[in-house]
Ligand binder design. Structure first.
Ligand SMILES: [Zn+2]
Length: 200
C-alpha cells in the first residue's frame, strides 16, 4: 500500500489513545485496539467493528453548486445545465463519535494495519514497517536492554540449576545409588553425567 501524504486517520486515533486521560471510552478503545492488533486478530477486529456499529455513525452528503472547474477533484453530479459537487460529510457530535468516525475510516481504508502498540511503554504509534516494535529510539534502547538482561538471566539460571543437579548426582553416587536412579533423580541425561565424569 502506498504511503498517503495527508494526515492519516490513524494519526488522529493514535493521538486520542495516547491522551493522558482515563476516560472509560478511551480505556475501552485501548483494550479493544490492542486485541485487534494481536494475532489471531479476527475476533478482536470484529469486536471493534461492532463497537463502531453501535456508535451509529453515518455520513451525510452536501451538494454544492459548481461550475466544474478543471482540476476539481471532487465528485460532480453533472446534469449538463447544472453541476453539483458531492461532499461526504461526517456528522460529528461527541468526541466518541468523532473518534469512531476516524477509526471507521482507518479500517475501511486499510490504514488500521499500520497502528502499533509499543512493547516498552503504553503508547500507540504508526509505522509502515511490520517489524517495528517500539514507539521511539528511547523505548527501543530500553526494550533491547531488557531483552538482553532477560536472556542473560535465563542463561545464568540454567547454569546454576545444572550445577546443583551435578552436585546432587555426585551425592547419589556416594550413597551407592544405581545408575538408573542417579539419572532419574538428578534430572540429567546419561550423556551429561558421563561428560561430567560421574558415570562411566
Ligand atoms: Zn514506547
Amino acid at each position: 500500500m502506498k504511503k498517503p501524504g495527508r494526515q492519516l486517520y490513524i494519526d488522529l486515533v493514535i493521538e486520542f489513545l495516547n491522551r493522558d486521560s482515563r476516560a472509560d471510552f478511551q480505556e475501552k478503545l485501548r483494550t479493544q485496539i490492542t486485541e485487534a492488533l494481536t494475532a489471531p486478530r479476527k475476533a478482536g477486529l470484529e469486536t471493534l467493528v461492532s463497537t463502531l456499529e453501535r456508535a451509529a455513525i453515518s455520513p451525510s452528503l452536501d451538494l454544492e453548486p459548481t461550475k466544474g472547474a478543471p482540476g476539481d477533484q471532487r465528485t460532480v453530479l453533472d446534469f449538463g445545465d447544472e453541476k453539483f459537487a458531492v461532499i461526504r460529510k461526517w456528522k460529528r457530535k461527541t468526541i466518541e463519535e468523532e473518534i469512531c468516525t476516524y477509526l471507521y475510516a482507518a479500517i475501511e481504508s486499510g490504514q488500521f494495519a499500520f497502528i502499533r502498540k509499543c512493547r516498552q511503554c503504553p503508547r500507540f504509534f504508526a509505522s509502515f514497517r511490520h517489524d517495528s516494535k517500539t514507539c521511539s529510539t528511547k523505548c527501543n534502547r530500553d526494550y533491547q536492554n531488557i531483552d538482553r538482561q532477560r536472556t542473560g538471566y535465563f542463561r545464568e539460571n540454567y547454569a546454576q540449576r545444572k550445577k546443583l543437579k551435578l552436585k546432587m548426582a555426585r551425592a547419589l553416587l556416594r550413597k551407592g545409588k544405581a545408575r538408573k536412579e542417579i539419572i532419574i533423580e538428578s534430572g540429567l541425561t546419561e550423556k551429561m553425567l558421563i561428560r561430567a565424569g560421574i558415570l562411566k
